[in-house]
Design a protein around this ligand. Structure first.
Ligand code: PMV
Length: 340
């Protein structure tokens, strides 16, 4: 006898990588060339809410930010549904087998603007589908099949995505390195440089880099083992200077790989570069802030509680808020659960 929940809902946060994922060894399964590490951002107005219900409709349906579409047009969603149905403790029941899903998902921030909307989106979906189908696989695998970096949003705090060795991806999963209560003095500031959709998707960007960048190969073979080890140590020992240095070097290297890709991929804009210069000057005597950029122009800054007020004043001095985007231009939070 199976129990059928009528509705499952979840909330999932975004994450920002401090050891970057760039390059797939399998596009079909979203298997990465390297392991990566991220910080989950527990910010109330930067998350996805999703609700999954069983329906008697003809098709699986998704309603994303109010726009409805059939799941059959979206290969990522199809992969997520396929794997939970294949590994469901309930799917053997006739009742569940005949049902389709209705997925309703909303982001409370701009989609596709380098704010990791796919990460929170697929993590949230994975939580719902994993529960509703009672799937006997690591639920971070469901998220990974939607979007690689999403598997890291399944946990709070500091999370490592183990690249895994197996070709079926069963060991390519997320694990928590340290909890959300581990480093309470760490602060995060997001500088929204632009909220426009990015020009080249991360999937397309990675595909081009894997094909054409010799520097990506060097990074994967020569740099990452050491960086992953140093980053884990920096997190465990709360060594901010080391954490910040590796974070900035990783961001620089990701964008250098993009530059080395042919034709080159450019995600940062002139304001992003101004931010890098400002932070570099600010860190002249001592590393007090780290910047990092993903596949878009927006900056995520890490600092410590003791430097936060001074940093914010400096940023507001260099980038005075304009009337129209005053309240939306920066989001801040400390790193503890559901703060601010
Ligand atoms: O998971 P995707 O396909 O959105 O790729 C994310 C890639 C970066 O954000 C640039 C880096 C990362 O590790 O999150």
């Amino acid at each position: 006898e199976s129990f059928l929940p009528l509705k499952v809902s979840a909330i999932a946060p975004v994450n920002i990588a401090v050891i970057k994922y760039w390059g797939k060894r399998s596009e079909e399964l979203n298997l990465p060339l390297n392991s990566s590490i991220s910080v989950t951002l527990h910010i109330d107005d930067l998350c996805t809410k999703t609700e999954v219900t069983f329906s008697d409709g003809e098709d699986d349906i998704i309603c994303l930010n109010g726009i409805e579409e059939s799941v059959s047009k979206n290969p990522r969603l199809k992969r997520c549904l396929k794997i939970v149905r294949e590994h469901s403790k309930k799917f053997c029941s006739k009742e569940v087998k005949s049902k389709k899903c209705k997925i309703v998902s909303t982001n409370n921030f701009p989609t596709g603007a380098g704010l990791a909307s796919s990460a929170s989106g697929y993590a949230c979906l994975a939580k719902c589908l994993g529960t509703v189908y009672d799937a006997y696989i690591d639920h971070s695998i469901i998220a990974r099949l939607g979007s690689g970096s999403a598997c890291r949003s399944m946990y709070g705090g500091f999370v490592k995505w183990e690249k895994g060795e197996l070709s079926d991806g069963t060991d390519s999963i997320a694990v928590q390195v340290a909890s959300e209560n581990h480093w309470n003095s760490l602060r995060v500031l997001i500088l929204v440089v632009s909220s426009q959709e990015k020009s080249i998707s991360s999937t397309e960007g990675m595909r081009r880099s894997v094909r054409s960048s010799p520097f990506l190969q060097y990074r994967v073979e020569q740099c990452l083992d050491e960086r992953l080890k140093l980053m884990e140590e920096a997190i465990q020992s709360q060594n901010f200077e080391s954490f910040a240095e590796i974070t900035m070097k990783e961001s620089n290297q990701l964008h250098a790989v993009c530059q080395d890709t042919y034709p080159p991929i450019i995600y940062m804009n002139s304001i992003s570069h101004e931010i890098v210069q400002l932070i570099t000057a600010y860190n002249d005597q001592k590393i007090k802030v780290a910047y990092t950029f993903d596949a878009g122009p927006n900056a995520v800054l890490f600092t410590l509680e003791e430097y936060y007020d001074e940093l914010l004043a400096t940023l507001l001095n260099y980038f005075p808020p304009t009337n129209s985007n005053n309240s939306n231009n920066s989001n801040n939070s400390n790193n503890s659960n559901n703060s601010n």
